[in-house]
Write a protein that binds this ligand. Structure first.
Ligand code: PLP
Length: 367
């Protein structure tokens, strides 16, 4: 990326040699992004993020197919906000939308999709893996069902690209989103794979960059970073996935054994190797997050704390868990920098922190 900033500062749309050098850098990144998902480089469109890729896919297909009278869109109830809020926006503009349910497995049932599809369905969008609980959706099966009814299929593969094998042909999808920062590329760079022949009306108007599918001068530096990260991730993926799964399993077994009143969410389903979502009875997730952070351990909650109100995780809610469980769960994400020593450290401090929080809650309840 530093080299691109120093030496490839031309505008990739310029015909002169500075521009062509920047264009060559984009082409290298395009090939690397395509190789990561088994695609042809000419079908990769660079965007600013996974969020933008999801927007271009969903809004672009919806608008292109509007004239055909297909005004129905289907997604799942456990999608990232990038998809859910795009569906909400289209619903406000008159699109009929259906959110497929999940049960406590955190998996979208193919029968649910079969029941929801109509002759008016333009697009089905179901994520490859969920960002809060890591469950991998049966995308190939879902895509087959959607396409049998003439609908296009988009998958948000932001949580899988670079982590597990993703192949657009094996998945049989029409559009696929990915984001560089999920596989150690820079923030603010994403890509959308669009199968050749898919009709899409780009939501952003402007120049003819990215074959007319995403207007605006490309973020060459960020995209170069995306390309290098894609190449590195592809080389390491299998071994790194196995390593992280061993660490993740050790963490889960250790937590279940050393802290009573705990449960893993989505545990019996196929999952990406790096994520685990754990419920702690009688503990408020935000308090646990802060206490762990003070101990140098960074975790996340699926929920957002906005203006003092604790938003329950929409994913755990959709899975049918009671309200308290949607507010007492935290997500541990393991990555390249983590070792067994990190797992040991969590297991060393976590039981004491949970016990302290529970005794505080008991004291408040008595007062
Ligand atoms: N989709 C999923 C499943 C995600 O996990 C994320 C980010 O967390 C996004 C989309 C958004 O990607 P970005 O942060 O690149 O906008």
């Amino acid at each position: 990326m530093a080299k691109a900033l120093r030496e490839q500062f031309g505008n990739p749309s310029s015909v002169h040699h500075f521009g062509q050098s920047a264009k060559a850098a984009l082409d290298d990144a395009r090939s690397a992004a395509a190789a990561l998902v088994g695609a042809d480089p000419s079908e990769i469109v660079f965007t600013s993020s996974g969020t933008e890729s999801d927007n271009v896919a969903i809004r672009g297909v919806a608008e292109a197919l509007e004239v055909t009278g297909r005004r129905h869109l289907i997604t799942s109830s456990i999608e990232h906000e990038a998809v859910l809020n795009t569906f909400k926006a289209l619903a406000r503009r008159g699109w009929k939308t259906t959110l497929l349910p999940v049960d406590q497995s955190g998996i979208v049932a193919p029968e649910a999709l079969e029941g929801a599809l109509t002759d008016d369905t333009a697009l089905v969008s179901v994520m490859h893996a969920n960002n809060e609980i890591g469950t991998i959706q049966p995308v190939a099966q879902l895509a087959r069902i959607a396409k049998a009814r003439g609908a296009l299929f988009h998958t948000d593969a932001v949580q899988t690209a670079g982590k597990i094998s993703v192949d657009v042909k094996v998945l049989g999808v029409d559009l696929l989103s990915l984001s560089a920062h999920k596989f150690y590329g820079p923030k603010g760079a994403g890509a959308l794979w669009i199968r050749r022949g898919v009709r899409l009306q780009p939501p952003m108007t402007g120049g003819k960059q990215e074959r007319g599918r995403r207007a605006g001068t490309e973020n060459v530096t960020g995209i170069v970073g995306l390309g290098v990260a894609a190449q590195l991730a592809r080389g390491k993926m299998a071994a790194e996935g196995d390593r992280l799964a061993v660490l993740r399993d050790r963490l889960e077994e250790g937590v279940l054994a050393s802290v009573h009143g705990t449960a893993i969410n989505g545990v019996r389903s196929p999952r990406v190797p790096n994520t685990t979502n754990i419920s702690f009875e009688r503990v408020e997730a935000e308090s646990l997050l802060i206490a762990l952070d003070l101990a140098g351990i960074a975790v996340s909650t699926g929920s957002a704390c906005s203006s003092g109100t604790l938003e329950p995780s929409h994913v755990l809610k959709a899975m049918g868990f009671p309200v308290h469980r949607t507010q007492n769960s935290i997500r541990f994400s393991l990555g390249a920098a983590n070792t067994g020593a990190d797992v040991d450290r969590v297991l060393e401090v976590l039981p004491g922190i949970v016990e302290k929080l529970r005794s505080l809650t008991r004291a408040v309840a008595r007062a």
